[in-house]
Write a protein that binds this ligand. Structure first.
Ligand code: FES
Ligand SMILES: [Fe+2]
Length: 381
């Protein structure tokens, strides 16, 4: 966030710490437990959230050089994302126009993509360069058989795609709304990717996101890990369209209290969690950026794939051991404390014994996330 915003958030946090208060949602919010396990609901979410809306693909530094590419399945859409020789970021359905094999796997750098099945070749702009049997495919219009393009955009060091061909171009500032200036101020394009970890917990994808949206649970569930470092149940919330931000203070924020306001530096003392709708979190931590993305399983609403990535500042001189420690703390707290409990909660939901869960007014980002889901789906419950 920019300097003025940072100081304003700091002021409000000190106000909450002194008054033992926190930002509040306007009302309690009740959500149906079936929304976490129902197949029909999962199908609607796939179409209206994961296919119809722009999806955050991580930072631009995933594709730093011309020729770089990555592949991913986004809620059932095989995606190939490239940076062309012209520096432009593009996305395609990763589906060969001959008989449908994926033309690329994993990530890397390539001048062209050669389909592994029969060797048709495409360039990084998706153009079909050639087929391998000229006679067999005589008369085929190469110009009409390039890879199917998907909307793609890059701004503020962020990558977005839409996992559905056609439609409007993606306007990242419009997608981010009121949190766009925060993203611009983070200088995300100067944070290279450090690590990627993936897990497949037995929880609905929304559970994986919910985990990060309130600090209320920190003193309880994380008593033995991160709780000593945080002021519990205290945060400042901001809405950015469907997205939202929650800034939570670390106990070290007290070091800034006696300083003149314009010399205060909250970067190391406040963790800001951005919920990038629908399925991602960008966490501004101390001196680096942590990104979590959750994708629903293709068949089972009770499962998802969660990816955790750490991006460190390019200018950092810290040794790898320091970043390993950060990675380890993130994995330990989330994958060993939050997700295992989430798996038990998922089982509880599926038992049918309770129909609703309640999000408190002290959990404003959690309320905002589920309200955004309702708005985007066009449903009342
Ligand atoms: S499926 Fe790609 S060349 Fe045949
Ligand atoms: Fe947690």
């Amino acid at each position: 966030m920019d300097r003025q915003e940072e100081l304003a958030v700091g002021r409000r946090l000190f106000g909450h710490i002194d008054g033992r208060t926190t930002d509040l949602a306007d009302a309690l919010f009740r959500n149906r437990t079936i929304n976490y396990s129902c197949r029909e609901r999962a199908a609607v979410e796939r179409d209206r959230l994961f296919r119809a809306l722009p999806i955050f693909m991580g930072l631009s530094t995933r594709l730093p050089k011309p020729g770089d590419f990555l592949t991913e399945d986004v809620a059932g859409m095989p995606v190939l994302m490239t940076r062309g020789a012209d520096g432009q970021v593009r996305a395609f359905a990763n589906i060969c126009r001959h008989r449908g094999a994926p033309v690329a796997t994993g990530c890397g750098n390539a001048r062209a993509f050669v389909c592994p099945y029969h060797g048709w070749t495409y360039d990084s702009a998706g153009k079909l360069l050639g087929t391998t049997d000229k006679v067999g495919f005589e008369g085929l219009d190469h110009g009409a058989h390039g890879l199917v393009p998907l909307p793609a955009a890059e701004k503020h060091g962020m990558l977005y795609i839409r996992a559905q061909p056609g439609g409007e171009p993606i306007d990242i500032d419009a997608v981010l709304g009121a949190i766009a200036p925060d993203m611009a101020a983070l200088r995300l394009d100067s944070h290279p990717l450090y690590s990627t970890d993936k897990v497949t917990p037995r929880i609905n994808w929304k559970f994986a996101i919910d985990t990060f949206l309130e600090g209320y649970h920190i003193p309880h569930l994380h008593r033995k890990t991160i709780a000593p470092y945080f002021v519990g149940n205290c945060g400042v919330f901001k809405s950015g369209g469907l997205n939202g931000r929650l800034s939570v203070p670390k106990t070290t924020i007290e070091s800034q209290r006696t300083m003149a306001e314009d010399t205060r530096d909250y970067r190391r003392h406040v963790v800001s969690i951005y919920q990038l709708f629908p399925n991602a979190l960008l966490i501004w931590q101390l001196d680096h950026v942590e990104i979590w993305r959750a994708f629903p399983d293709r068949d089972d609403p009770s499962r998802c794939e969660v990816e955790m990535t750490i991006y460190r500042p390019a200018e950092s001189t810290r040794p790898d051991s320091y970043w390993e420690k950060n990675r380890d703390i993130a994995i330990r707290t989330v994958m060993e404390e939050d997700f295992p409990l989430g798996e038990r909660m998922q089982i509880g939901f599926e038992s049918g014994a309770t129909e609703e869960v309640i999000y408190g007014r002290n959990e404003p980002l959690l309320v905002h996330f589920h309200r955004s889901i309702r708005n985007a789906l066009g449903v009342r419950a």
